[in-house]
Design a protein around this ligand. Structure first.
Ligand code: FCB
Length: 440
């Protein structure tokens, strides 16, 4: 890789990220069913109908995984705490689940790794999905209670806490585009989820602050959107897409408003009284986190009844996901975030990575494409810092090959290969390259 640690400020953190349902093995430790188990069991939702029952069995193998993280010279580990493990029915604490996160955090500290916790990374307890999930306003209060329970147990030892991972994916991608659990294509459900997820963030943040937690934030995913062509309709569609994906959540959180371009379509479907919540999702934070992967090109399709937006990938080289590799998107977005929304507040790149069809040959995985990808994105992060963004850390997605949601175990994002038959871990060439760069 072309960079060295000394290119960055001394306090800059290098780490890797994972999420509970994607790695832990959800069948272990008394966790309750989640809406991802429901979604996976349906027809045609997930490749081969795979679920997270065993995943990487990180639940039993976390010591080995944290050793690998430490041996790479990493400073921090971004992990998430499964709501359904901590509270199997969404409401009642599970001692076994709490003990597990206790051991996990201690194991990080024993290895000198800073624990970066995400409270909610998508596995909604099925019992709450039965009550309407994110369409139900009560879920926001229940999320607050979950925040209290897990923070009472591990909050004294974590270095940072993010409330929610990627509100756009939880709401729009899952309730309007139907790609993720609960797999809906329902604009009324979408409008509710888009509002409630902001409210849940605000409630979670209030609970954290009441406990004196300092380093709290949220993880948002942004994509650098561009019109597909020069037409006025594509320009308008790109602006609308940007408002829904990039502005809806950050503006609610920092300004207490929703962008007019997004409300134009969503307002008729919003829950009653939504405007009175204005400001409840506006909470002071210590940091913002950005997940960044690709560059959608947006166009408008005239159906004859109404105009609808479509998103396609840009022209550059693609990853195994079919996503365009576009490091300049990260370079341009980080300063935009500082300039337009958060000023000097610290930012962490909490996820950046690529999937590739990696294979073990002679005991090793050769992945030069990923080495280039990481090198380019870390260089883009450096440029963003030079342009004024207060970026304080970079987490590769992901530490391990894992359960990639609707793609099952087919897409490999890890810097460590996992054989899903034997669960053997094999660090890839990119792991070794990143380790060498961090040591320089
Ligand atoms: C992000 C998710 C993460 C992973 C990567 C590829 O949107 O937060 O869980 O699936 O994409």
């Amino acid at each position: 890789m072309d960079f060295k640690r000394s290119d960055f400020p001394e306090s800059f953190l290098f780490g890797a990220a994972t999420a509970a349902y994607q790695i832990e093995g959800h069948q272990f430790g008394g966790a309750g069913p989640t809406h991802w188990d429901t979604f996976a069991a349906g027809t045609g939702n997930v490749v081969r109908a795979e679920d997270g029952a065993v995943a990487c069995d990180h639940y039993h193998r976390f010591a080995e995984d944290l050793d690998l993280l430490k041996d790479a010279g990493m400073d921090a580990y971004r992990f998430s705490t499964s709501w359904a493990r901590v509270m199997p029915d969404g409401r009642t604490p599970n001692a076994e689940g709490l003990d597990y996160y206790d051991r996990l955090v201690d194991a990080m500290l024993e290895r000198g790794l800073k624990p970066f916790q995400t409270l909610y990374h998508w596995e909604l307890p099925a019992a709450l999905a039965d009550k309407g999930g994110w369409m139900n306003r009560d879920t926001c209060d229940y999320f607050g209670d979950f925040t209290d329970v897990i923070t009472d147990r591990i909050g004294d030892r974590v270095a940072a806490i993010a409330t929610i991972n990627e509100p756009w994916c939880i709401s729009y991608l899952s309730h309007f585009l139907g790609h993720h659990a609960p797999g809906l294509k329902d604009i009324r459900a979408t409008a509710r989820a888009m509002h409630h997820i902001n409210l849940a963030h605000g409630i979670g943040m209030t609970r954290l602050r009441a406990k004196g937690m300092k380093n709290c934030g949220v993880v948002l995913n942004f994509d650098h959107t561009e019109p597909q062509d020069d037409s006025p309709s594509a320009a308008k569609a790109a602006t609308t897409w940007d408002a829904i994906m990039n502005r809806w959540f950050i503006e609610a959180i920092t300004k207490g408003t929703y962008p007019a371009e997004a409300l134009a379509g969503l307002a008729p479907h919003m829950p009653a009284g939504w405007a009175d919540d204005k400001g409840k999702d506006r909470q002071p934070k210590a940091f913002h986190s950005v997940n960044k992967n690709t560059r959608p090109k947006i166009s408008a399709e005239d159906t004859g009844v109404r105009t609808q937006m479509t998103s396609a990938e840009g022209p550059g080289d693609k990853t195994q996901m079919g996503w365009e590799m576009y490091p300049d998107g990260l370079r341009s977005f980080l300063p935009r975030l500082s300039r337009d929304y958060i000023g000097d507040m610290p930012i962490y790149v909490t996820e950046n990575g690529m999937a590739w069809d990696d294979r073990v040959e002679n005991g090793a995985v050769y992945d030069p494409e990923r080495i280039q990808f990481v090198s380019d994105h870390i260089a883009a992060t450096k440029k963003a810092i030079d342009e004024g963004a207060n970026v304080q850390g970079f987490f590769y997605w992901s530490l391990l090959d894992n359960y990639e949601w609707a793609f099952g175990y087919e897409k490999r994002f890890g810097m460590i290969h996992v054989d899903f038959e034997t669960l053997k871990r094999t660090p890839k060439a990119s792991y070794h390259a990143l380790k060498a760069a961090i040591a320089r």
